[in-house]
Design a protein around this ligand. Sequence first.
Ligand code: HEM
Length: 428
Amino acid sequence: MPHMFSDVRSFRHDPLSFLLARGNSNPMGLQRLHLGPAPVFLVTDPALIRPILKAPEDEIGKGRLIKKLTPVFGQSSLMLHGDEHKRRRAVLHKHMARGNVERYLPQMCAEIRAVGARLAKLGTFDPHDFTAALALRTICIAVFGRQVISHGDEEALVQAVGMIEDDLADDMFRVMPIGPWGWLRRKRRRGFAKLAMSTVVERLRSGANQTSALKDLEDLGLSNQELHDEILTLLLAGHHTTGTTAAWVLYHMAADRDLMDAIADEAESCTGSHGELRVDDVRKAERSLALVKEVCRLYPGAWWFSREVLKTTTVGNQTVKAGTSLLICPWQLQRDPRLWDAPNEFSLNRKYTSDAYIPFGAGPRTCAGMGVAMLELQLLALEIAASYRFAGVTPNPAPWPKASVTLIPPPMSISISLRQTSRTLSVA
Ligand code: HEM
């Protein structure tokens, strides 16, 4: 019988390799992980995932791991349950589902073009230095109905998030509680970051459009504090997940010249006479969509999430006791060699119908910002390929990500130059 802490060392040392090794080498089902006294199972059978994620929330809920985030997220849709959760999700759906967020396409494209111009000026860039801020700006458009964030506030927010993110990542991999001094230091840092974020959120609120997600949330009668928590949650849940994924999108475009050219052709076919991407054509743009989907398979921004069994239940054919944590790991599922051919290779010819493809989760708690993220990532590929060429990228082949709250790309460098197209020639 393994010791209750026997997996702690390998897990903390390299969680990505540990989860792949444990998930991919044992029979599919529930894999017991020995990470402490509380039982934890890694769910490796895709057929079990949706039933778990769709189970009644009083049987299998978000549980104690998500509760650790309450001091940061407060009472927002990430934390709530039942009718209040449904009410808020309905508003988010109205503004953020793919078909609805498309109304902001021109503004989203304008933000991407501004980033492109900055990259071209640099000549060589690390994509991850730019993509988190771009994601933040996009979420602001989706929440406030227009661009409301200044560069100063953007920087303040990115910095404040960075301050608490390391602590969140440490919490995720921590098995033993931190000591009193560490706790005090962390509390102070969190307080400082929250103050900075609150100041920015208040400024953003004052600039919102009359027909925005924010106004509809206000119409639900939420208190000032609840509105504040909801906005902060959207900014935090969305900007680093989308930001890191966007960096991987640019990386794979840079690593494959033919792919980038093919996406440039696709962009051309989606572009109207004024040089703007057209919504109807972007919907049919299969190549850029396949690129984004494959990047989400290889580098799922939320690379794990969990549920807690609240009433003893049966999962598959196994009885699982109340208090058990179920770890769902898109990183492992989406690279399982039993489910995917050449799972570590980037390929645009895959079918994603399998239950094993869940980068945005599933069931009633599916990512509220999926439409925003997918549209932003696709527009990023189309806009950048339409106007620029990438001459080379290092390191090549693709490096292993660093496991933090998201899958962070290690330092990389891409060379960029202007593409001579009808669009760039007409600008010149
Ligand atoms: C590539 C980018 C993204 C990825 C991979 C991602 C992934 C996920 C996943 C897997 C979940 C479900 C977690 C669970 O079931 O426990 C989730 C939830 C959530 N996401 Fe995202 N997300 C992304 C972008 C965004 C964006 C842009 C926003 C906001 C505009 C956002 C807001 C949220 C919220 C509010 C929830 C909680 C939903 C609920 O519990 O009802 N996400 N996300």
